[in-house]
Design a protein around this ligand. Structure first.
Ligand code: NOJ
Length: 736
């Protein structure tokens, strides 16, 4: 029944081009979250029948830049009870909200490798969004994927691996949409840098497209994401927002996407090609001068002249209405109020993600956790509350002060900001510790703070953001992988005076740590990432050991910037590195990273034993009908890997057990690819069985001839361990 309803709903959508929905047989269009596209489409069809031509144009065309309460708005249609739709940034909170939380950026959520926290973060984001009457939140982010560590917006997404991104996208979307809002997976696709993002063309080979960049969007679609935002760049010379291969073929046909595609802001260039290649909503509806409107009356004219079929516009409207019904926004949704106080107790999640995303990189002589020091010296402008905490800079584009997130549209205002120095001073009182602070980055003023201190904590940062703002000569993408404000010199100056130096890094992505590691007095490095408003509180939890560190790097930290093998393109980008980004590249080219993808220390130890594999997958292509996310059987569990993890150390702690798959040599894939992870909290002496279900997609390769996912025959090696290089157990899976 459900299948038939959907098929009927979609069969109306005929256009001059291949209508994706029609070509696809659907067995079931709802996934684990219980949302039901079939029911939503039935309602959407009924509503569609009541709409006038101009209603339909209004639903698909934003009211124009700066013309409504939200960053994107479409007019209300009273005949069907459809509201003035509010689309609002950002992936980490309600941008411009007056009393909202600023959640941790995506990169910190990924760094926890904790599905439960990631899901809860999505749910709370959804609750705050709904509380403000916002219908569509413009996140989460799976593009950039982060092929280039300099990419200015990498911190908005979930790390440099498609599997980690995909799981994080799905959890976030299901959390958000379960709370009743529409999520937006963005930016679709190959938008890996800020430089020239609105003019450049990205081209990528078909296999890399599927195995890396499309992968997390498939998870998003499988999680029933309501909308997808097409990106600014061109793909193979054609704008993403008028690209048949991207929107119609990949997203709507191959992935069976049921929701709607909206433009990034002002990323639309044409009326007719955009409509006929799969665009469904024009945002914000005009250019930034408010003059150039590409849909609106122009779309009406294109229908009149036969350039765009009415059925295509009906399909746009149906997709938008179905998404609105899907998440239940037709019933009792709050009215738009960005001033609503919606914070609730959500800061608990922010603190947990900020804390559990902290990665302990180095801890010589167990200098951490701190043991009631008599005197602590804190150094660096990032130790204290700066303009950031006061929301003093446009979209968080600040040049100094404690750092919680990057800058740009992907931000939200902080309701408060826990600075490291304040949080440490508060905690230090319990031990009677004297805390001295040098709150500048000048090497000349450190000695007073750290002379005679039992330990010195130096705070360094690296920031980046969206390219419409420039901070300290950084025009979005980072200029290099060095710490800001001569952070290396600051560490050197402190390490020349104090023997127990702890370096705390707040950064949007990797920095090169070699100079710092060359100082023998640097005993510990705490990679504190992007903790948002709970910066100081989360850090104290780790520094003082109330929680053992359990974050793992969501990207590789190299010894040299050149080791990554990618760089910001000055013109078009041919993605010549193919699938070999981040650890895939380091592994293939035998480059030793400084700290590998998936790495992170704990205050305890974990032992792995008894790896076992069950299931006997057979080789061959996927055959299932297309459901949201692609062929249904791609999501079937075809094998399960289990392992026992034990806490063999002296304190309670959580371990992220990771599964990497090595394909048969004939498949010509990266040596190892992440295909499972599970975070488990273990008491001292406790052990747990961890299991990694392998889906058909997880052991398939994209066959460019067959245009399908195919499981290759041969021996797969399954690497289970504590990072991408710290392999503790291996097993074999033979596919006949
Ligand atoms: C452009 C950004 O790329 C996008 O992420 C954002 O949602 C829109 N601007 C709206 O602010």
């Amino acid at each position: 029944m459900r299948f038939q309803q959907i098929a009927t709903a979609l069969s109306v959508a005929s256009t001059a081009i291949a209508a994706p929905a029609e070509t696809v047989a659907r067995e079931s269009a709802s996934s684990a979250d219980g949302l039901d596209w079939a029911a939503a489409y039935t309602k959407a069809n009924a509503a569609l029948a009541k709409l006038s031509s101009s209603d339909k144009i209004n639903i698909v065309t934003g009211v124009g830049w700066n013309k409504g309460p939200c960053v994107g708005n479409t007019p209300a249609i009273s005949s069907i009870g459809y509201p003035q739709l509010c689309l609002q940034d950002s992936p980490l909170g309600v941008r411009f909200g007056k009393s909202v939380n600023a959640f941790t950026p995506g990169i910190q959520a990924a760094s926890t490798w904790d599905r439960t926290l990631i899901r809860q973060r999505g749910q709370y984001l959804g609750e705050e969004t709904k509380g403000c009457g916002v219908h569509v939140l413009l996140g989460p982010v799976a593009g950039p994927l982060g092929k280039n560590p300099l990419g200015g917006r990498n911190w908005e997404g979930f790390g440099a691996d498609p599997y980690l991104q995909g799981i994080s996208m799905a959890e976030t979307i299901q959390g958000m949409q379960g709370a009743g809002i529409q999520a937006t997976a963005k930016h679709f696709i190959l938008n890996e840098q800020e430089l020239n993002r609105e003019t450049m063309s990205s081209s990528v080979d078909d296999r890399t497209m599927h195995e890396l960049y499309l992968w997390p969007f498939a998870d998003a679609v499988h999680a029933d994401v309501a909308s997808v935002m097409c990106s600014y760049n061109k793909i193979n010379g054609t704008w993403a927002c008028e690209n048949d291969g991207i929107m119609n073929k990949l997203l709507k046909q191959e992935l069976g996407f049921q929701g709607y595609v909206m433009t990034d802001w002002n990323a639309q260039h044409t009326t007719q090609p955009a409509a006929n290649t799969g665009l469904d909503m024009s945002m914000p509806g005009s250019d930034y001068n408010g003059n150039n409107v590409l849909w609106g009356s122009k779309l009406s004219q294109a229908i009149s002249s036969g350039q765009v079929q009415q059925s295509r516009v009906d399909d746009m409207v149906r997709r938008i209405l179905a998404s609105w019904y899907l998440v239940g926004q037709d019933k009792g949704y709050p009215s738009i109020n960005l001033g609503a106080n919606v914070q609730g107790t959500h800061k608990d999640n922010i603190r947990a993600v900020a804390r559990d995303g902290i990665v302990l990189l180095k801890n010589d002589g167990n200098v951490l956790p701190l043991k009631k020091p008599a005197k602590l010296g804190l150094v660096g402008s990032a130790a204290v509350i700066g303009q950031h905490g006061q929301n003093a800079c446009q979209d968080q584009a600040c040049d100094s002060g404690a750092l919680g997130m990057g800058w740009g549209s992907g931000t939200a205002p902080y309701p408060y900001f826990s600075a490291p120095s304040d949080a440490i001073k508060a905690r230090a009182q319990a031990d009677g510790t004297q805390v001295t602070v040098s709150s500048t980055d000048s090497t000349g003023s450190v000695s007073g703070a750290v002379n005679g201190a039992d330990a010195a904590i130096v705070f360094i940062t690296s920031d980046s953001g969206e390219g419409y703002l420039t901070v300290e000569g950084v025009a979005g993408d980072r200029n290099n992988l060095d710490p800001w404000h001569s952070g290396n010199d600051l560490v050197k100056a402190v390490a020349a005076i104090n023997k127990n130096v702890i370096v705390v890094v707040h950064s949007v992505g990797p920095i090169i740590l070699e100079t710092i590691l060359a100082q023998p007095n640097v005993k510990a490095i705490v990679w504190a990432g992007m903790p948002s408003q709970e910066n100081g509180n989360a850090l104290v939890d780790i520094l003082y050991g109330s929680t053992s560190p359990s974050g793992k790097l969501p990207y590789t930290i190299a010894k040299s910037a050149n080791d990554y093998g990618t760089t910001i393109a000055r013109g078009d980008d041919s993605f010549s590195e193919g699938v070999y980004i981040d650890y895939r590249h380091f592994d293939k080219s035998n480059i030793a990273p400084r700290y590998e993808f998936g790495f992170g220390l704990s205050y305890t130890n974990f032992t792995y034993s008894g790896v076992a594999v069950s299931g006997k997958p057979t080789s061959g292509a996927a055959t299932g009908n297309v459901i949201p996310g692609g062929r249904a059987d791609l999501w079937d569990t075809v094998a399960t890997v289990t392992v026992t993890v034990a806490n063999s150390g002296n304190v309670k702690g959580a371990e992220v057990a990771q599964l990497y798959v090595g394909y048969p040599a004939s498949a010509n894939t990266p040596p190892k690819q992440l295909r499972g992870f599970q975070k488990t909290l273990l008491d001292v002496g406790a052990k747990a069985s961890v299991s990694f279900p392998l889906l058909r997609r997880d052991i398939s390769v994209w066959d460019t001839t067959k245009q399908n996912w195919v499981i290759p025959a041969g021996d797969f090696t399954l690497y289970v361990g504590s990072s991408s290089r710290d392999v503790r157990q291996t097993a074999k899976l033979t596919v006949a």
